[in-house]
Design a protein around this ligand. Structure first.
Ligand code: AMP
Ligand code: MG
Length: 357
């Protein structure tokens, strides 16, 4: 158990670096782990060039060592120390121009000796992005280092969208937490790779397939398998094979064209669980919430604004655990736009248990 430092900072941060961020940056420079807000979720950062520091991330999170970390940088100039610049194509440059800073991680061939091989889990590539958050950017600039930063949760739990989530999971296990309030997008970055001129979405996230297509109209885009049953031991984004975000109770997703039939099925299912003596929960959306009765009905954003579903999703999944809910039925949402990332996370949280009504 170590003492975790805690700093509260203002989101509307000015150009002057505050004492809090200066201290946090110093901890990063001496090889400690520091959690900080980004526009997607809270990240747990460490100096990507320092193997002992990166080890600290894996230990604190309990993360499997074959799951590589994303490297966060403050500006494109930092790229040349991490990757093989010759491999950056016009399409890569276009994506950087359009989406950086922002929730797009680009996988590129790694430069030997640039960063610790623990970061890439021994792969020949590294995922890099520039986060679009004033606190993250100031911290990265002040530290002056490429910072490896996965989500700041215990491995397997929902990613943190509030500093209190980080505290719940990692207090006493990391050097510090920078609290910059609630994150924005709510789900992690989109991870992509370009191979033979075609773009592969390795993990859906904050930048949608539609946005990528409009930035690169001539490029073929491959979306990940929607059911993503991972038979292979080596999926292209290694993290995709792990169970994630799962509440402690049983959860399944219920989906169908006929929303009335879905609501009836869910309510009957929940009633049966209640009779069995289980505490019950329903995850639904603003438009549907009035149809349901359970011990805990969580309204997770609005179907008319799917970005609000992404924002609320992880906090909602954590609430089921906080209330000790044993049996959960979740409604699904359409898989267009950000819905692709939402359903990807929801399916993992439900252990791929899906009922079609
Ligand atoms: P997290 O940092 O927890 O958001 O997880 C990072 C995700 O990006 C995981 O799914 C990783 O497997 C994936 N990732 C990171 N680096 C690479 C890489 N070099 N190639 C493919 N996927 C990567
Ligand atoms: Mg994660």
């Amino acid at each position: 158990m170590i003492v975790t430092r805690y700093w509260k900072v203002d989101q509307g941060i000015g150009t002057e670096i505050g004492m809090e961020l200066a201290e946090a940056a110093r901890l990063l420079q001496i090889g400690e782990t520091v959690a900080f807000p980004t526009e997607t979720v809270y990240g747990l950062g460490a100096d990507a060039t320092n193997t002992a520091a990166v080890e600290g991330i894996f230990t604190a999170k309990g993360r499997p060592s074959d799951n590589p970390l994303i490297v966060h940088i403050a500006d494109v100039e930092q790229l040349s120390s991490l990757i093989l610049s010759d491999c950056v194509t016009a399409d890569h440059r276009r994506l950087m121009e359009v989406f950086w800073p922002g929730p797009l991680t680009i996988v590129l061939p790694v430069k030997t000796g640039g960063i610790s091989s623990l970061v890439t889990a021994g792969l020949k590539t590294v995922g890099v992005r520039i986060p679009d958050h004033p606190v993250a950017l100031q911290l990265l600039r002040e530290a002056g280092l490429p910072i490896a930063a996965p989500s700041a949760n215990s491995s397997g739990r929902p990613s943190p969208t509030l500093a209190s989530h980080v505290k719940d999971d990692l207090n006493g296990r990391i050097g510090g937490i920078v609290d910059g309030g609630a994150t924005g997008v709510g789900v992690e970055s989109t991870v992509i790779e370009i191979a033979a001129g075609e773009l592969y979405i390795l993990r859906p996230g904050g930048i949608t397939s539609e946005q990528l297509q409009s930035a690169l109209p001539a490029v073929r885009i491959h979306e990940p398998e929607r059911e993503e049953v991972q038979d292979s031991d080596t999926p292209r984004a290694p993290g995709m094979k792990y169970t994630h975000y799962a509440p402690k109770g049983f959860m399944h997703i219920v989906q169908g064209e006929n929303t009335k039939a879905v609501a009836e099925w869910i309510q009957n299912d929940i009633n049966a669980a209640k009779i069995r003596g289980e505490s019950t929960g329903i995850l639904t959306f603003e438009e549907r919430a009035s149809r349901y009765h359970a011990d805990l009905v969580i309204v997770c954003g609005s179907l008319s604004q799917p970005e609000t579903i992404a924002q609320d999703l992880y906090a909602a999944l954590r609430q089921f655990d906080q209330r000790g809910i044993q049996y959960i039925a979740a409604e699904g949402c359409p898989e267009t736009g950000i819905g692709l990332a939402i359903m990807n996370r929801l399916r993992k949280a439900a252990g791929h248990r899906l009922v079609r009504v």
